[in-house]
Design a protein around this ligand. Structure first.
Ligand SMILES: *Cc1c(COP(=O)(O)O)cnc(C)c1O
Length: 387
């Protein structure tokens, strides 16, 4: 029986078996698993991943989270890592070596840009940052030594939605692998592997954990890329903690109901903000004012509750006044938790010149508070700005 997504979220990654069975998998904290007979040790070492059975590979708690993510992503397998960034670095290092070339979207999560400019440059891997609106034009940037196209859609901060099918088609025509940061969409709104992307990455730290109390990453791969990515993540040693895997699994149970509320409130606020004179533009994938909105409409099953606004006033004090006046939206990195957050963005630091044209950009993570309270908070903060 194929089950629908809400059922999968409730049923996946649970203990199987008869007799006394807890609802949730037990937390197995272990570096070491012990055996009496060498033969048993040798058999166990071949499962489940053909790597020695040792805590760095994971424990049954890790495997339960990985199994759940693989089912949700429609993946061959998933690999839990210590953070979103560790997941991304493992993927980049799995595909790249000295002399290679990498294409990365210019709206990429900023620490990934730093990984490229510091680590990868040192390894003599060259990165070209491309326009998120490039679509099929990506073919012109592919060189003989290009090994990977890295996507993030919607992009960090300005939420530009990429034409993923066009980029995947160009990559396949050239025999190049693709990897995507799918954190914003979660597997509920977009499943990249079903669209031909080889690897999908999540900062599970965000919506999947959902309560701002753990760092966790997860990589989902197709059958062809699994071995290379698993090897790289093992070589880096950045294994996920057991408590964190348990929190990731727990987060999945409520992911759909939380996301629906984040999305509904987010859309109400985004539409209200779009009508205010202090706001020049709302960068929310579900609104036509967002670059790539048509791609979002074509490819995604819904919106999340994270978006940005571009202020009308170019006065740097206006951005400061708006952010400082907010009471329910606390200033903080990260997102995806139950609480609302605000963060100033700096797209002008990007490579491509068109970001210079944007006014001050402020990102909003819409939490699970009452929508009307959040709207009133934005209203009183905007009232402190010139119209
Ligand atoms: C936060 C974030 C990451 C990094 O995840 P960490 O768990 O903080 O390392 C990667 N991609 C996106 C889009 C993010 O927002």
């Amino acid at each position: 029986m194929t089950r629908r997504i809400a059922s999968t979220l409730a049923q996946t990654g649970r203990p199987h078996g008869s007799g006394i069975t807890s609802v949730n998998p037990p937390l197995v904290r272990a570096s070491t698993f012990v055996f009496d007979k060498l033969e048993d040790f040798e058999i166990a070492s071949k499962t489940p991943f053909d790597v020695p059975f040792y805590g760095r590979v994971g424990t049954p708690t890790t495997f339960a989270f990985e199994e759940a993510m693989a089912e949700l992503e429609g993946a061959h397998r998933s690999i839990a890592t210590s953070s979103g960034v560790s997941a991304i670095s493992a993927v980049l290092l799995a595909f790249l070596q000295q002399g290679d070339h990498l294409l990365v979207v210019d709206t990429v999560y900023e620490p990934v840009r730093r990984f490229c400019s510091r680590m990868l440059t040192r390894m003599d891997v060259e990165t070209t940052f491309y326009d998120p609106a490039i679509g099929a034009g990506i073919a012109d940037l592919i060189r003989p030594e290009t090994k990977l196209i890295y996507l993030e859609s919607p992009g960090s901060g300005t939420f530009d939605v990429q034409d993923i099918p066009a980029i995947v088609a160009a990559a396949k025509a050239a025999g190049i692998h693709t990897a995507i940061d799918n954190t914003w969409a979660t597997p509920l709104l977009y499943r990249p592997l079903e669209h031909g992307v080889d690897v999908s990455i999540h900062a599970a730290t965000k919506y999947i954990v959902g309560h701002s109390d753990a760092m966790l990453g997860v990589i989902s791969t197709n059958a062809e890329t699994y071995d290379a990515v698993r090897r790289a993540s093992q070589d880096l040693g950045a294994c996920a903690g057991i408590e964190e895997c348990n929190l990731g699994l727990r987060g999945l149970r409520t992911l759909q109901v939380r996301l629906e509320r984040h999305a509904a409130t987010g859309l109400v606020l985004a539409e209200w903000l779009a009508a205010q004179p202090q706001i020049a533009r709302v960068l929310h994938p579900a609104l036509p004012s967002c670059p790539g909105h048509a791609h979002w409409k074509r490819d995604f099953d819904g919106a999340a509750g994270l978006f940005s606004v571009e202020l009308t006033s170019r006065d740097p004090q206006a951005k400061r006044a708006f952010i400082d006046a907010l009471e329910m939206f606390k200033i903080g990195f990260s997102w995806g938790g139950y609480e609302s957050l605000v963060l100033p963005m700096n797209p002008a630091a990007r490579e491509l010149s068109r970001w210079q044209e944007l006014g001050p950009v402020v990102r909003l993570q819409v939490g699970l508070e009452d929508p009307q309270d959040l709207l009133e908070d934005l209203q009183q903060a905007l009232a402190k700005l010139p119209g």
